[in-house]
Design a protein around this ligand. Structure first.
Ligand code: AR6
Length: 175
């Protein structure tokens, strides 16, 4: 799997699937979520409402992932996942790692081989970006997946710098 870093807007990525940093309601919000629904149009929200009416009546649990159509986005699918809110007193790293692992599992089910991820939980959910970058990169490196083109799309130069430093220093064996 090739991991690349991109600075920019995830909604412009020409990949099989883009990952959305959603909330449990699946009904939209700010940040990446707002941008994906704005740019992707009403088909995504309609698909999310269908999910709420069927399998996810109580919402999508933190750490899980589910796919919908991508509407007007260049991508074919949106994989929605719900990151944990950062806590200084409770270690929720396993939930953040689960977002990446589960999103890749869903990508495999779809047959998506190129996937773009945002820095989940580093915006509204206030996870420190250096730590989030370490968890993201460590997790995708060892995930069992058929995805061959994995991109982290970072919105700010700060986040891009964190991911770049982490990727440079991470142990490719994942240990
Ligand atoms: N493309 C790529 N990255 C972006 C974009 C974009 N268009 N816009 C923002 N980012 P956030 P969270 C970066 O807040 O922390 C929503 O309201 C941003 O700079 O989108 O997981 C949901 O509905 C940050 O680094 O997601 C939830 O309620 C990263 O994406 C809640 O926010 C994640 O920031 C989820 O919070």
């Amino acid at each position: 799997m090739e991991i690349t870093l991109v600075q920019g807007d995830i909604t412009a990525q020409d990949v099989d699937a883009v990952v959305n940093a959603a909330n449990s309601s699946l009904l939209g919000g700010g940040g990446v979520d707002g941008a994906i629904h704005r740019r992707g149009g009403p088909a995504i929200l309609a698909a999310c409402r269908d999910l709420r009416a069927s399998h996810y009546g109580r919402g999508l649990p933190i750490g899980q992932a589910v796919a919908t159509v991508a509407g007007d986005l260049p991508a074919r699918w949106v994989i929605h996942t719900v990151g944990p809110v950062f806590s200084a007193t409770e270690d929720r790293s396993h939930l953040l790692a689960s977002c990446y692992r589960e999103s890749l599992r869903v990508a495999d089910e779809l047959g998506a081989t190129s996937v773009a991820f945002p820095a989940i939980s580093t915006g509204v959910y206030s996870w420190p970006v250096d730590d989030a970058a370490r968890i993201a990169i460590d997790t995708v490196r060892v995930a069992p997946t058929q995805v061959t083109d994995l991109r982290f799309v970072l919105f700010t130069p700060d986040a891009y710098g964190s991911f770049e430093r982490t990727l440079d220093t991470a142990d490719p064996s994942g240990r």
